[in-house]
Design a protein around this ligand. Structure first.
Ligand code: FEO
Length: 174
């Protein structure tokens, strides 16, 4: 069944929001590289890659449902990050906003009785729990670390271990 205009519009907006997320994390990654925090820069770069997969999952869904994809401008991001703590607090705040956007599309899909969209969105509802938890946990650790250079060094090392996995693809897919 072809996607209806209301849902098509909401998902197109979400593609844009996910691309903005990728842009945001890429900007934070660049800033961490400048600060010589290579592990954090890596973690944030992987996050930017994840956000691209989120955008593509929504984009593919529009086309699969015979919808029309739109490409409005992606908003610019802040670039005056003062500290890693400020970045991860902003990331947590951002993820809570993304969760609200996704919940809103779920409400629209239920209102329109579009079960296919509601089903696709379940994955994102679950994913947002993890997205919020990740940024909140790192912000919490940074608060604990405070001014400790040693603590920051250890956290940076821990974050360097993140591996990019495209969880939007079924297991074994290329
Ligand atoms: Fe795609 Fe971080 O939500």
């Amino acid at each position: 069944m072809k996607i209806n205009n209301k849902i098509e519009d909401a998902i197109n907006k979400q593609v844009n929001a996910e691309l903005y997320s990728a842009y945001l994390y890429l900007g934070m990654s660049a800033r961490c590289t400048e600060l010589n925090l290579k592990g954090m820069a890596h973690w944030l770069y992987v996050q930017a890659q994840e956000e691209m997969t989120h955008a593509m999952k929504f984009y593919r869904f529009i086309l699969e449902r015979n919808g029309h994809a739109t490409f409005p401008a992606i908003e610019g991001i802040p670039s005056d990050w003062k500290s890693p703590l400020q970045m991860f607090e902003a990331a947590y705040e951002h993820e809570q906003k993304v969760s609200a956007l996704i919940n809103n599309i779920v409400d629209i899909a239920i209102g329109e009785r579009d079960h296919a969209t509601a089903s696709m969105l379940n994955w994102f509802v679950d994913e947002q729990v993890e997205e919020e938890a990740n940024s909140s946990e790192i912000a919490g650790k940074l608060k604990l670390i405070g001014e400790s250079k040693e603590g920051l060094f250890m956290l940076d090392k821990e974050l360097s271990a993140r591996v990019f996995v495209d969880s939007t693809q079924p297991a074994g897919a290329a």
